[in-house]
Every structure is written in C-alpha cells, then in structure tokens.
Design a binder for this molecule. Structure first.
Ligand code: GTB
Length: 213
C-alpha cells in the first residue's frame, strides 16, 4: 500500500517545507518510497476522524499496511526500520543514530519552539522583551554544543541517517535559521542535507502542492 501522509491543505509556511510533514516526506524520498497525501484544513484537523489518526489533531499522520502512526519522529523511525538505509545495521551504531533522533525532538526542538511561541503567540505580552534573551541564550547553548559535535563531521554519526533528517528539520525552523549566520558549521550541515536529491524531491513536491492550491 502506498503510504498516506496527512499535510496542511494550505500550509502557513507557503511551500517552504517547514511543517513537520517535511521530515516524513524527506525520509520516504530517501528510501525511494512514493506516498500520497491527505490534505486537511485546520478545521478538519480537529475532527474526531482525524484525532483517531493523530490524537492531538495535528499533522503529520501516516497510514500504511494497517498501521496508523503519529509523531513525525516515530514515523521517520518506522520508515527507517521498514525500508533500511536510514539507520545502520550494527546495533551500537543504530542506537547512536536513534539517540540523535531523540536529541533533535527532545533537546533541540523544544528550545526552538519556545522561541517561536514567544515571538508569534506572546510577542505583545509585557514580559516578552525580558524573556526573549533568556530563551535565545538557551538556544545558543544548544547550538554551540551541536556545532562542537559536528566539527570535523559531515553527519551526526558517520553515515547520513534518520538522526540527520530530524536534526536538520529542527534546524530549518526559522527560530534556529535566524541564528545560523553565527554558526557556519551548522549552516553548512543544513545545506548538505538540503542538497541531497531526496530532500530536493520532497521539497519540490510539497512546494508544487502548495502552489497548486
Ligand atoms: N510532535 C508533533 C510531531 O512531531 O509530529 C508535532 C506536530 C505539529 O506540531 N504539527 C503542527 C500542527 O499540526 C504542524 S508542524 N499544527 C496545527 C495545530 O496544532 O492545530 C508546526 C509548524 C507549523 C507551521 C509552520 N510554518 O508555517 O512555518 C512550521 C511548523
């Protein structure tokens, strides 16, 4: 069965591939697995029908071969396990790559999202001017540490892996991107990921969908 990925019917990122379906689309392209999409409006996201697929009424969800899955990281991990090529076969190396997937979603991304929330949802609150520098300092600490790890490395652990898909997807979010001018090593890492043919194919596909309306 061709997997079906739920996506925004009209993505607020306007085709820039910044929503979390992009990591799933990228992983599928890396393993050469075509997919269909289920475009959903914001109202449709919150229906019981979609919450049966994604309990929090969000995108992405994933359906294939009797499995319905949610959480972009879990979906990418599943794709990697089913298809091979995105995780090393050796148990130790595999565990390391999976640790980086968790690091992306549990250590780096929360600080990035915190900054987005502070600007986009709480930008007019009186505490925001004081809070933003604190958040930015925490984000810079994460970026400093990640940049140090990546020094002398093309990818997080030897070969490109699902860990890189999740990490680069987090770094592509605007709250991180706007700081990457101070982190040339991280900017180059993101550019290496975006230059991959699978990323390019997945990006072009979601952009074409947005432009088609
Ligand atoms: N932890 C979940 C996962 O990784 O799958 C988080 C899923 C999630 O945050 N989904 C968002 C969503 O459905 C879209 S990705 N939001 C609608 C809602 O909650 O009602 C976040 C996102 C949205 C928009 C942009 N953008 O416009 O640039 C970027 C990222």
């Amino acid at each position: 069965m061709t997997p079906v990925v739920s996506v925004f019917a009209a993505s607020p990122d306007r085709g820039r591939g910044l929503a979390r379906d992009m990591a799933v689309r990228w992983a599928l392209a890396e393993v050469g697995q075509p997919h269909d999409v289920r475009p959903l409006s914001f109202a449709q996201l919150k229906t019981p029908e979609h919450k049966a697929r994604q309990p929090f009424g969000q995108i992405p969800s994933y359906e294939a071969d009797g499995l319905t899955l949610f959480e972009s990281g879990a979906i990418v991990l599943h794709i990697a396990e089913v298809h091979g090529g995105l995780l090393p076969g050796d148990g130790v190396a595999r565990a390391r790559a999976i640790a980086w997937m968790f690091a992306a979603v549990a250590t780096l991304e929360p600080v990035i999202v915190e900054r987005e929330v502070a600007v986009l949802l709480e930008g007019d609150r009186p505490w925001t001017p004081q809070r933003l520098p604190l958040i930015e300092a925490r984000l810079r600490q994460r970026l400093d540490d990640l940049a140090a790890w990546l020094t002398g490395r093309d990818w997080l652990e030897g070969e490109f892996s699902a860990g890189d898909i999740m990490m680069i997807s987090a770094l592509r979010r605007p709250a991180a991107t706007l700081l990457l001018g101070d982190y040339p090593g991280l900017a180059a890492y993101v550019a290496r990921g975006e230059a991959r043919p699978a990323f390019q194919a997945a990006f072009a596909e979601q952009k074409a969908r947005f432009e088609a309306g």
